[in-house]
Design a protein around this ligand. Structure first.
Ligand code: ATP
Ligand code: MG
Ligand code: FE
Length: 346
């Protein structure tokens, strides 16, 4: 079966095509992404109206490119999966409307699926079926969550999440105070390679004995970095950008990996998947690999291209939902900007 996946929850228009084999294996055939990130850069964050308009312009050309790359025709499609939430409401609406149009025109079932579950499901394209239960650490621009996955198609439980900023948001805000471009993840990752992670002892949020064990907090860290820079400026010092980047990055990677490994141990889970845009971070995956190995946990991190938003992740999740025999959505499916991760499809 051929499953088409459509993603438009934020600033990436993604169309993915996968083949669902009879044994349940899911094979990646095409993954085309058009991003409006450059149009948002000067605002330092995603502007919803600009994102929606860009999705409108990019949707059909991106889909056409995906079919061309896969060597498939529209009539080859057996089912359509679309991100139905969470995300920006106008942006989601463009994808959901397009998906309905394709589904109606082709006479194939439509599946509204969860973007966050898609970030985890994408790993099966690279590493094969997910052993369950497994622990998911989802770290993206809008979310930071620890998840227990019992079935990627139907059963995901949130164990904890950030109480304030998402990890990616902290990257973006720290990049701004360091004078680095938006989005901040990649330039901080690069600057950190030249810096000393031990140069500055930034706080590790929510790691005290009385803090909820599986929740995260990054707003204190972000403020600490801003204060540190202000103080250095007041003294007239040059800002050691590489050291600040490395020390900030170390604090984020330390907290994320320590909590995830602790959760896996406590729950007796031996497989961990880290995904979402921040999973593209080299120090996060490096430290996670060290700590998982020491704890006897198998770590799976999709390649960076699959970690950030794309259509293949939605096609992959759609394939698992189809394989599990879940019911399709009705053609009056509407997007839910605040969809909880526990609702995998609806
Ligand atoms: P969500 O999935 O929560 O709706 P989103 O889809 O906008 O949010 P993603 O596209 O998954 O988020 O991730 C974008 C985030 O990933 C940005 O905050 C960006 O700075 C961060 N990011 C990308 N590459 C890296 C990197 N190498 N290191 C750290 N962060 C990174
Ligand atoms: Mg994005
Ligand atoms: Fe995302």
């Amino acid at each position: 079966k051929i499953i088409m996946g459509i993603e438009s929850s934020c600033d990436e228009t993604g169309v993915g095509l996968v083949r669902l084999h009879d044994d349940g294996a899911v094979e990646l055939l095409a993954d085309e992404v058009a991003s409006s990130v450059d149009q948002h850069a000067r605002f330092g964050g995603v502007v919803p109206e600009i994102a929606s308009r860009a999705h409108m312009e990019a949707m059909v050309p991106t889909a056409d490119r995906a079919f061309e790359k896969a060597g498939l025709k529209l009539s080859d499609v057996d089912a359509i999966a679309v991100t139905a939430g969470p995300g920006l409401s106008g942006a989601l609406l463009v994808g959901v409307s397009a998906a309905k149009a394709y589904a109606a025109a082709l006479g194939v079932p439509l599946y509204g699926v969860n973007h966050l579950a898609g970030h985890i499901a994408v790993d099966t394209l690279q590493h094969g079926p997910l052993p369950t239960p497994c622990l998911g650490l989802l770290v993206s621009g809008g979310h930071t969550q620890l998840l227990r996955i019992d079935d990627i198609a139907s059963s995901i439980t949130e164990l904890g999440s950030t109480v304030d900023d998402a990890a990616g948001e902290a990257y973006d805000k720290v990049a701004r105070v360091l004078g680095l471009p938006y989005p901040g993840g990649p330039p901080i990752d690069k600057a950190a390679k030249e810096g000393d992670p031990k140069a500055i002892a930034f706080p590790r949020g929510m790691t005290g004995p009385r803090d909820a064990k599986f929740d995260f907090s990054f707003s204190g860290l972000k403020t600490a970095v801003a204060r540190w820079i202000e103080a250095a400026e007041r003294r007239g010092d040059d800002i050691p950008v590489n050291d600040v980047a490395a020390s900030f990055q170390e604090a984020v990677a330390d907290v994320l990996t320590a909590k995830a490994v602790k959760a896996a141990k406590e729950l007796g889970i031996d497989t961990m998947v880290i995904s979402g845009g921040v999973a593209a971070n080299s120090r996060l995956s490096g430290l996670a690999a060290e700590r998982c190995e020491a704890a006897g946990i198998t770590l799976r991190v999709p390649r960076p291209r699959l970690c950030t938003d794309n259509g293949a992740m939605i096609a992959a999740l759609g394939a698992h939902v189809v394989a599990a025999g879940r019911p399709p959505s009705s053609l009056d499916l509407s997007a839910n900007p605040a969809l909880p991760v526990s609702v995998v499809s609806f």
